[in-house]
Structures are given as structure tokens and as C-alpha cells.
Ligand binder design. Structure first.
Ligand SMILES: Nc1ncnc2c1ncn2[C@@H]1O[C@H](COP(=O)(O)OP(=O)(O)O)[C@@H](O)[C@H]1O
Ligand SMILES: [Mg+2]
Length: 272
């Protein structure tokens, strides 16, 4: 079954200027999908639409096989979790434990049922030793892991990560990528859609979707998508590939001057 099924989605914040144009995509349950694209391409808007946060969405959209309509919004939202970019904006309580408990309280889960759930999800994200810790004493990666634990406590079928690693240092990023691997192993049914600028992360995904100016320009396996260097350059996503190319060239003993910043300049330099 397709967990997300979108046909001909159109959306505009302002009627003069469409934000998402004729989006069609299908995501199967259990997949890990990376959504990439330049700033302003509409990634966050698409995630928010999937999360049922906007009205006035045109198109045929089904999430969990439920048409995205007012009467289904509560049911749809209750089965998904979102984690955003800024680790410091994710906390609502003064300890890790209370923070994870917050969502459960909102769902009126009885108190004696909460502890086992909290312990289980804290362990899943490797934060079981920090249940009494204050959020301000945690690293960025730990904060994001707690935020993910808070959503896992709700037993979501879909986890939306909107640049969840982009404010983290390399170590924090690695923690989240390892956690994604672990969650997929422990819960093969969980579907993950992750908006990211990180090529390393996109390369781990089952599928990569490239958005540009509100349109899908590529959708396929990482290998298929990354083979389209021409299109990636057109949508200004070649920078990460350029970086990895420079690293590879340097490893081969080719000196690349620091003032060469893109593939075109690199080509000119190498063919000079
Ligand atoms: N709340 C909003 N009101 C009006 N325009 C918005 C709003 N949020 C985003 N936009 C515009 O919609 C476009 C897509 O934004 P967004 O979905 O945030 O892109 P991305 O996440 O890919 O950077 C941008 O042009 C942005 O300025
Ligand atoms: Mg965004």
C-alpha cells in the first residue's frame, strides 16, 4: 500500500505565485525518502501539507489511505510525527522525561502506562541515561534524539524530519543518521521522509526526490538521481558533488586550488 499518494497537488500561499506545482508522488510504507532541493523550493511546504497543516490544497491526496480532508485531519496527524531544524525549539518541558511525557499526556494516556513507553523510546534513541537531564545541558544531537523519542512515543507510521540535522555539528549529524538506521531496523514498517541538505544522508535513503521551484525534477534511487549531474547543476545542487569530487581528486594527488568553487571552474582548471 502507498502510505502517501499524491496526484496533481497544487498549492499557493499567495494566489499570484504558486508554491507547489502539479506534484505527483507515491511513497510506499516502510520507505526512507530524502527530499532535497534548494532553499525556497517548497520542501517544508510539502511536508506541512502531508502533515495536514494547510487548507486550500488542490489535488488528489491520500495519507495512510485517507483522503486529505477536514474530517480525516485528526486521524492523519495522530499517526505522524515531525521534527524540525532547531534543536532548541523542540522542548516543551524542563526534563527529558517530562518532555517525552508531554505528548502522551495530550493523548490522555494513563500515567501508569507512560513510564514503560517513555523508557522504551528513550532506549530506542539511546537517551535512557538522560531522563532526568535538563534540555539545556544536552548537545544538539541529543536534543534532536529526544525530539524524535517524543514522536516515537506516539507510535507514528510516518516520521517527517525537516532538516533535523542541519543545525548539528558533524557528531550530532552522525548520531541522527545512526538513529535513522536503527529505527529502520527495529521498526521496518516506519516510513521516514527526511528533508536534508546532506548528501551523505540522501545517499542512505531508498529514494531521493528533488524539488526545484515547486516542481519535482527527479525522483528515484540515490544512484539514479545522483547520475543526473546536469539536472542537479541546473537546480544548483551540484555543490556537494563538487565537494566530494575535490576530496577524491586530492586523494589521487591532484592539487585543486582553493579558489575553484564549482564544477565548471574545476573543468576549466583541469583542462587548461
Ligand atoms: N507562511 C508562508 N507564507 C507565504 N509564503 C511562504 C510561507 N512559507 C513559505 N513561503 C514561501 O514558499 C516558498 C517555499 O518555501 P518552503 O516550503 O519553506 O521552501 P524550502 O523548505 O524548500 O526552503 C518560498 O518562496 C517561501 O518564501
Ligand atoms: Mg524548509
Amino acid at each position: 500500500m502507498a502510505l502517501i499518494e499524491i496526484n496533481n497537488l497544487n498549492f499557493a500561499y499567495d494566489e499570484e505565485r504558486p508554491t507547489l506545482k502539479n506534484i505527483s508522488l507515491s511513497i510506499e510504507a516502510g520507505k526512507y525518502v530524502a527530499l532535497i532541493g534548494h532553499n525556497g523550493s517548497g520542501k517544508s511546504t510539502l511536508a506541512k501539507i502531508i502533515a495536514g497543516l494547510f487548507k486550500k490544497v488542490e489535488g488528489d491526496i491520500k495519507i495512510f489511505d485517507l483522503p486529505l480532508q477536514k474530517e480525516n485531519l485528526v486521524k492523519i496527524r495522530s499517526q505522524l510525527g515531525i521534527v524540525f531544524q532547531n534543536p532548541d525549539n523542540q522542548f516543551v518541558a524542563s526534563s527529558v522525561k517530562e518532555d517525552i511525557a508531554f505528548g502522551l499526556e495530550n493523548r490522555a494516556i494513563p500515567h501508569d502506562e507512560m513510564d514503560p513507553i517513555i523508557n522504551e523510546v528513550a532506549e530506542e534513541v539511546g537517551m535512557e541515561k538522560f531522563l532526568d537531564a535538563a534540555p539545556e545541558n544536552l548537545s544538539g544531537g541529543q536534543k534532536q534524539r529526544v525530539a524524535i523519542a517524543g514522536t516515537l512515543a506516539m507510535k507514528p507510521r510516518l516520521l517527517l524530519l525537516d532538516e533535523a540535522t542541519s543545525m548539528l555539528d558533524p557528531r550530532g549529524k552522525k548520531e541522527i543518521l545512526n538513529l535513522i538506521r536503527k529505527m529502520r531496523k527495529d521498526n521496518p514498517e516506519l516510513t521516514i521522509v527526511s528533508i536534508t541538505h546532506d548528501v551523505e544522508e540522501a545517499a542512505l535513503a531508498d529514494e531521493v526526490i528533488v524539488l526545484n521551484d515547486g516542481e519535482i525534477v527527479l525522483h528515484g534511487t540515490p544512484e539514479e538521481v545522483f547520475a543526473h549531474r546536469d539536472i542537479l547543476a541546473q537546480v544548483r545542487l551540484d555543490a556537494p558533488f563538487f565537494d566530494s569530487l575535490v576530496v577524491a581528486l586530492k586523494a589521487e594527488g591532484v592539487a585543486v586550488p582553493d579558489d575553484i568553487k564549482d564544477i565548471k571552474a574545476l573543468e576549466d582548471y583541469l583542462c587548461r
